[in-house]
Design a protein around this ligand. Structure first.
Ligand SMILES: Cc1cc2nc3c(=O)[nH]c(=O)nc-3n(C[C@H](O)[C@H](O)[C@H](O)COP(=O)(O)OP(=O)(O)OC[C@H]3O[C@@H](n4cnc5c(N)ncnc54)[C@H](O)[C@@H]3O)c2cc1C
Length: 371
């Protein structure tokens, strides 16, 4: 039986382990951290293209995403509270899928449960430190700072000039909060981008992207008060939502990986963020990881050898993921606009969005894609 070792038990690693198991390989998963889930980003949005890929892997989205809720629409506003645009985020599609927001911990748990139920061993607290020859294939699914990638390529993550914070609150918010469940509100605040939505249980899930020239290192003391201060100059409930959140999570620095030249050797391959991390502003990192897993499994199943399968995987995936990484960087750059950029954005965005959406969704190439 062909044997694979997967480094990383995050989104790409669990999905790839399942994809290889489905084609009859003997798979083991090694996760550097303990069994506790990673909290980076607090929650994330899995887009319809990613949910479709999940289904192709044999995972029932209704079960895997049960802890989340549909977020099919987003309203964009400026700091003065003026609505700039209303944009679909994906679904409901003809195949019954809706872009869904879920706590990171719940998604990890669902994926790891699917891996365990398939009989694939997960070794927690085991860090892969280099290329091993104990298997026919080593999959580097070890995230944006991938150790496996270092054996293939010298690409380094690029800091995007934005920090990220997030949280959840069920406390009363001392401001008007639109109670529509799943409507994603995003505000280009004067000093900080802010997003929030109301979950079906009435709690508010939020994230904030304060611009920062340099990455944040060190203590997060005073971080919540700093956010409240940044958000208090804007109309809307942002500052009140953070005030009602006892434990604001973060800050995390945001990065992407513009281009990794080498994704593979004859018996090593990169998937997910290890190969092509997109800015969190793309909302596509998880979905790209699911798509990678499907394509890698199918490429290996239909190729005469492992190296040929890896080549086919890269040929299919590289053009698409690079376009997504570029689109993510563009999305993020608008979040840190200065006063002039903000004025241009506020003036241009409403007619631009009308024009862009006249012939369908401008991101249909991302959302309607089925691997
Ligand atoms: C703040 C933030 C918000 C985001 N929001 C969204 C969103 O809304 N939608 C979306 O689609 N994406 C979002 N993303 C991106 C998304 O989280 C990533 O694209 C996705 O997690 C990539 O999955 P991955 O498995 O490749 O990497 P990860 O999820 O990072 O998993 C890598 C795993 O490998 C483990 N590991 C690391 N090194 C080793 C080693 N040497 N040996 C063994 N294990 C190792 C790590 O512990 C980790 O569990 C966001 C990211 C951030 C930072």
């Amino acid at each position: 039986m062909t044997k694979a070792i997967v480094a990383g038990g995050g989104i790409a690693g669990t999905a790839t382990a399942l994809a290889l198991h489905r084609i009859g390989w003997d798979v083991s998963l090694f996760e550097a951290r303990g069994e506790d889930a990673d909290e980076r980003g607090a929650f994330l949005t899995v887009a319809v293209n990613g949910i479709a890929a999940l289904r192709t892997l044999g995972i029932n989205p209704d079960v895997a995403l049960a802890g989340g809720y549909p977020t099919p629409t987003c309203v964009l506003r400026n700091g003065a509270g003026r609505e700039l645009a209303r944009a679909p985020l994906g679904g409901p599609t003809d195949d019954g899928l809706v872009t869904t927001t879920i706590r990171r911990a719940d998604l990890y748990l669902a994926l790891r449960t699917a891996v365990r139920d398939a009989g694939i061993p997960i070794h927690y607290g085991r860090r892969v430190t280099g290329v091993t020859h104990d298997a026919d294939l080593l999959v580097g699914a070890d995230g944006i700072n991938s150790q496996v990638r270092r054996e293939l390529d010298d690409a380094r993550p690029r800091y995007l000039g934005l920090l990220n914070a997030g949280g959840f609150t069920s406390e009363p918010v001392a401001a008007d909060v639109d109670p529509t469940p799943g409507l994603m509100h995003m505000t280009f605040g004067r000093r900080c981008f802010f997003g929030w939505s109301v979950a079906p249980d009435g709690s508010v899930w939020w994230f904030a992207n304060p611009p920062s020239r340099t990455p944040h290192h060190g203590s997060s003391d005073g971080w919540r008060e700093h956010l409240i201060d940044l958000l208090s100059v804007d109309e809307g409930p942002a500052a009140a939502i953070v005030r009602a959140t006892p434990d604001a999570l973060g800050p995390w620095n945001t990065y992407d990986l513009p281009r990794v030249r080498t994704w593979r050797s004859d018996n090593v391959v990169l998937v997910g963020d290890a190969a092509h991390a997109a800015s969190p502003s793309s909302g596509q990192g998880a979905s790209m990881a699911f798509e990678d897993a499907v394509v890698l499994g199918e490429a290996l199943a239909s190729s005469a050898s492992v190296p040929a399968g890896l080549a086919a995987y890269e040929e299919i995936r590289r053009p698409r993921v690079q376009k997504v990484v570029q689109a993510g960087r563009r999305n993020g750059s608008g979040k840190a606009a200065g006063p002039v950029g903000a004025a241009v954005r506020d003036f241009m965005m409403p007619p631009m969005m009308r024009l862009l959406y006249r012939n369908g969704h401008p991101q249909a190439w991302i959302l309607d894609h089925r691997v």
